[in-house]
Design a protein around this ligand. Structure first.
Ligand SMILES: Cc1cc2nc3c(=O)[nH]c(=O)nc-3n(C[C@H](O)[C@H](O)[C@H](O)COP(=O)(O)OP(=O)(O)OC[C@H]3O[C@@H](n4cnc5c(N)ncnc54)[C@H](O)[C@@H]3O)c2cc1C
Length: 219
């Protein structure tokens, strides 16, 4: 038995319609935003004349766009900036699902797949977008750290992609065992997993402790 409810809205396009375990598909904006906002990293898949690539990179969301940035020298950013079709994925693993049979083992997860093309963020908007990224990582830090200067911003490519064409898929709950396996003497259940904040490591003596550091390990 799967616990998933019917999707709140229809998929944006045929390629975002989840077919396999379709009841796990989600297409509503709140679900998509929560999966994107929980991510520090996405993977960008694209083709170029050397083949197909899937490259991990940091990301953040503002309104209905996912943003990425990096060196002007990045092949991935150059290809994406040229208007190449891409597929962006985000995955969170929430647990290992241990069933009574090897076949029925699974994972609990929240994932998103986003299709489309990136567009360049103009130079004059980069600083504000980077502040937003910094605020996501460490609220208040954009007021403390030295902002990027003209050269640093010029050396940075920033791109954004609309979240309009996207699918989410979520698995929750325990194993789905076959009836005949339920009486087997084998541990079954979920081993939950999460990305956990650990104790901050200062880079030399620090004379003040901002909130986002003090509260990091408790977050
Ligand atoms: C952590 C994790 C572990 C997984 N392990 C396995 C595994 O071991 N074996 C396995 O077969 N599958 C696994 N899956 C599910 C896998 O991602 C695919 O959903 C599944 O394999 C079906 O692929 P498909 O191309 O047939 O999907 P289809 O249902 O045909 O895909 C149609 C469309 O649905 C959307 N879609 C499909 N999968 C996802 C997804 N995960 N998230 C968001 N949108 C999606 C895409 O837009 C896709 O184009 C795992 C998923 C996660 C997140």
């Amino acid at each position: 038995m799967t616990q998933a409810a019917a999707p709140a809205v229809a998929p944006a396009t045929d390629r975002t319609r989840v077919r396999r375990a379709a009841d796990r598909g989600r297409y509503d904006t709140d679900t998509l935003h929560s999966i994107v906002d929980a991510a520090y990293v996405c993977h960008i898949a694209f083709n170029d004349d050397t083949g197909t690539h899937c490259i991990p990179t940091a990301c953040w969301r503002e309104d209905d766009h996912l943003y990425i940035h990096g060196s002007n020298g990045s092949r991935m950013l150059k290809v994406a900036a040229a208007g190449t079709q891409v597929c962006v994925t985000i995955t969170h693993i929430d647990g290992l699902v241990l069933a009574r049979s090897a076949f029925n083992h699974s994972m609990n997860y929240r994932s998103a797949v986003i299709y489309g093309v990136f567009e360049r963020v103009p130079n004059e908007h980069k600083a504000a977008r980077l502040d937003a990224f910094m605020e996501k990582l460490a609220p208040g830090r954009s007021l403390e750290a030295r902002p990027g200067d003209e050269n640093e911003l010029a050396a940075t490519t920033m791109l954004r992609i609309s979240l309009e064409e996207a699918a989410c898929k979520i698995r929750t709950g325990g194993p789905h065992d076959d009836e005949g396996d339920l009486s087997r003497e084998v541990w079954a259940g979920v081993l939950p997993m999460a990305v956990v904040a650990q104790t901050p490591i200062p880079d030399g003596p620090m004379n003040h402790l901002p909130d986002y550091v003090a509260k990091w390990a408790a977050a």
